[in-house]
Design a protein around this ligand. Structure first.
Ligand SMILES: C[S@@+](CC[C@H](N)C(=O)[O-])C[C@H]1O[C@@H](n2cnc3c(N)ncnc32)[C@H](O)[C@@H]1O
Length: 370
């Protein structure tokens, strides 16, 4: 694939127009950044998962590189460990973060460097700092960015610790999800600085939180449009929990009025349920043996507890020591009692030793996160 500007620029310009038309970009400065950033140079290789779980490598393709699509760019043991986040989400996040001229920004999760390139286009290389835990990603990103004249500050380090040497930052953006906001990020923000990060309370249970730094806390709300990132990894790979197979012994059978797939249809309910469900939960579907269509949603926990909800009859079958589906039902009831709040009514207050989830105002605490 040739990389002359006349070849790729029409594609990048069209992507920028698409994002403006879709309402993902309002600020012309970000439209210009998208139109002038050669994403194909940062994503020379990407992977698509086949229905059987295996991965196919995709050839260089301008249509793909300049589409609002997340591109998986690194695999380890068959699992995606890095991607170039879809440009529409990236642009929305950068606008939400209210990045302004003169700001210094720290990104957690360099990945391909595409987001760092957008930031550098807007702010200048010297104001952009980006870290990734994986040296196999940082060095290629550095070289590819340099190939079109962009030189942000990049480092291989655990993003959970931020980058104290260059703090304070006006903005921090995390492009990997965290279970708790590291207090080091708060410490490395200027007073009145803003932090945008995906807080994940369980599998698929969380959303982007936009938090404002004041003297003693970070505080803010979740964003209205849901988005999820891959997890922040430990520098030494953490043990991946072994999925638990539902046990054959059937203990209970009943009907439910809670949504059968809250992680898809009622994400706020799923977030509330995840506060009570065991850690390392496995979530999935039972497929029809003939049609391969999902028949029942399933949860299983490391203690051997399991449940499945028939998608057509709403019948629950469950077994094991923990009544998993009861937590979903209780969360659903609580959510109905709260007036069915959507994401933007939920907020978060983070102090050095506490995360508090609230609805509508910090005074209306939903729970303290353990
Ligand atoms: C969705 S990708 C980032 C996309 C990137 N911003 C881009 O524009 O291409 C998430 C990245 O987070 C990185 N990551 C995971 N754990 C991390 C950690 N502890 N510290 C820093 N980066 C981490 C992954 O290696 C991965 O590259």
């Amino acid at each position: 694939m040739t990389t002359t500007e006349s070849t790729w620029q029409p594609y990048a310009a069209r992507l920028a127009e698409q994002l403006v038309e879709a309402g993902d970009i309002h600020d012309p400065v970000w439209a210009k950044a998208v139109a002038e950033t050669p994403r194909h140079l940062l994503v020379p290789v990407s992977y698509r998962q086949r229905p059987d779980g295996s991965w196919e490598q995709l050839d260089d393709d301008f249509d793909l590189a300049y589409s609002p699509t997340t591109l998986v760019t690194a695999l380890e043991d068959g699992v995606a460990i890095s991607s170039s986040t879809k440009p529409d989400l990236m642009a929305r996040m950068l606008e939400t973060l209210d990045v302004r001229d003169g700001h210094r920004v720290l990104e957690i999760g360099t990945g391909t460097g595409y987001n760092a390139a957008l930031l550098a286009h807007r702010l200048g290389d010297d104001r952009v700092y980006s870290v990734d835990v994986d040296p196999g990603l940082v060095e290629p990103a550095r070289e590819r960015l340099a190939s079109f004249g962009i030189h942000p500050h990049l480092a291989t380090r655990d993003g959970a610790t931020g980058w104290a040497e260059f703090a304070p930052f006006d903005r921090i953006i995390a492009t990997c999800s965290v279970q708790r906001i590291p207090w080091s990020w708060a410490e490395q923000l200027t007073t009145d600085g803003l932090l945008l990060a995906d807080l994940k309370l369980g599998p698929g249970a969380g959303n982007l939180a936009m938090l404002h730094r004041s003297d003693d806390r970070l505080e803010g709300r979740f964003t209205g449009r849901w988005a999820a990132f891959m997890d922040l990894r430990q520098p030494e790979h953490a043990e991946t929990p072994t999925p638990c197979q539902p046990q054959a012994s059937l203990v209970r059978r009943r009907m439910t009025s809670a949504p059968a797939q809250p992680w898809n249809t009622h994400r706020e309910v799923w977030m509330l349920a995840s506060l009570a469900l065991p850690a390392n939960l496995t979530r999935g579907f039972r497929l029809n043996a003939t049609t391969r269509a999902p028949e029942a949603s399933m949860l299983s926990a490391p203690d051997g507890s399991w449940c499945e909800v028939d998608l057509s009859t709403a019948q629950v079958r469950e077994g094991g020591p923990t009544r998993l589906w009861e937590q979903v039902e209780e969360a659903h009831t609580r959510w109905l009692q709260m007036g069915e709040p959507r994401w933007e009514r939920f907020g978060l207050t983070v102090t050095p030793d506490q995360h508090r989830l609230w609805v509508d105002s910090p005074a209306q605490e939903v729970t303290e996160l353990n």
